[in-house]
Design a protein around this ligand. Structure first.
Ligand code: SF4
Length: 218
């Protein structure tokens, strides 16, 4: 089974508790105004890879220990079959290796729609952050971009891991963004506050760095 991936990173420390494997799926049909990940929108066949290859990468980077996997995008539920295959592979790894990592997934679809159309996928997740990003609503809660987005525990593991974070304020853990430099590319990971990315662009310009293409504008 093939899955379209925008990027993968480890460790991610700003999208869920602990040190996490972060997987961003490519393709999103929702297109929320103000989305900061517009580079993930296009359905790009060049970004497809085998789920087995992706899992091999996860096993390699997670070998020294990690706490969870965060799936984001893009819109993971726009690739339901690939998402199903990935979740099955992660579950198998967790079971066979005797690990206890949690799986958190973001989606821009409403929770009611996901429960109706994708109950089988939700049954394989430990926690979900659903609902579209709404640019006019403030960032109030940890790991969420706008106030309308809940954090929903979906399994006993999810209840245990996320119990203390369900209503946690945005600043509960301090750091909101990770910045990675990869050759000539600069990645931001996490949930920016309004104005954070413009500030990053200004700071880069002050140091003589011009950001040619950014994911938060087309
Ligand atoms: S915020 Fe998420 S769901 Fe909304 S357009 Fe961006 S990637 Fe898609």
């Amino acid at each position: 089974m093939q899955i379209a991936i925008n990027k993968a990173h480890f460790p991610v420390t700003v999208l869920g508790p602990g040190r996490r494997i972060g997987l961003w799926l490519q393709g999103c049909r929702i297109r929320c105004p103000g989305c900061v990940s517009q580079d993930t929108w296009a359905d790009d066949p060049g970004r497809r890879m085998n789920v087995a290859q992706l899992l091999a990468w996860c096993r390699r980077v997670g070998g020294a220990g990690f706490d969870g996997v965060t799936l984001s995008g893009g819109e993971p539920f726009d690739q339901p079959q690939a998402l199903s295959a990935l979740l099955a592979a992660l579950e198998q790894w967790r079971r066979e290796a005797g690990l206890d990592f949690d799986i958190l997934c973001y989606s821009g679809y409403p929770l009611a729609r996901l429960r109706k159309r994708h109950a089988c996928l939700l049954a394989r997740l430990d926690a979900l952050i659903p609902e579209p990003y709404v640019n006019g609503l403030p960032l109030t809660h940890l790991w969420r971009g706008s106030q309308n987005q809940p954090l929903v525990a979906l399994s006993p593991r999810g209840e245990r891991v996320y119990r203390d974070f369900l209503d946690a304020p945005a600043a509960a853990l301090g750091k909101r963004l990770q910045v990675q430099v990869d050759g000539e590319r600069l990645w931001t990971i996490g949930i920016p506050e309004r104005g954070d990315l413009a500030a990053l662009e200004r700071m880069a310009a002050e140091r003589g760095l011009r950001l040619d293409r950014v994911s938060w504008r087309q």
